[in-house]
Design a protein around this ligand. Structure first.
Ligand SMILES: [Zn+2]
Length: 128
């Protein structure tokens, strides 16, 4: 069984992932750029495979009817992107403590990316 651990920057919110993350993706949409300050790299697993500690410091921002974004209310670290009506969640790859053994698979919403960088890693790019 795969186990990964991660946390926010201040450590108030910690989590253990009981299943492997899949589908590592970089999202360049406007909301992810604003929320992260750049673009958002994350990967997915079932919600029930996330064991949280310090949940009282985790604040959810409902960014649309179908999506909420979880961040630490003490340090501001953005940790989760979560479709409200699905059974999986997306975890910020930068929040993981150790080697991830993951590789980004694709870029999405590149039509909305910032103009101050280029994507040059050769991975597939979806316009939206
Ligand atoms: Zn924190």
């Amino acid at each position: 069984m795969s186990t990964q651990q991660g946390s926010c920057n201040c450590g108030a919110v910690k989590f253990t992932l009981d299943q492997a993350l899949t589908g590592a993706t970089a999202c360049h949409c406007t909301q992810c750029r604003k929320q992260s300050g750049h673009f958002f790299a994350s990967a997915n697993l079932p919600k029930q495979a996330v064991q949280l500690t310090g949940e009282e410091s985790l604040t959810w921002y409902q960014s649309s009817e179908k999506v909420r974004r979880g961040f630490c209310s003490k340090c501001g670290s953005w940790l989760f992107w979560e479709p409200v009506f699905r059974d999986w969640t997306s975890v910020a790859l930068g929040s993981l403590n150790d080697k991830t053994d993951l590789r980004l698979e694709r870029h999405i919403f590149v039509a909305h990316k910032g103009d101050y960088y280029e994507i040059g890693d050769g991975l597939p790019q979806n316009e939206n």
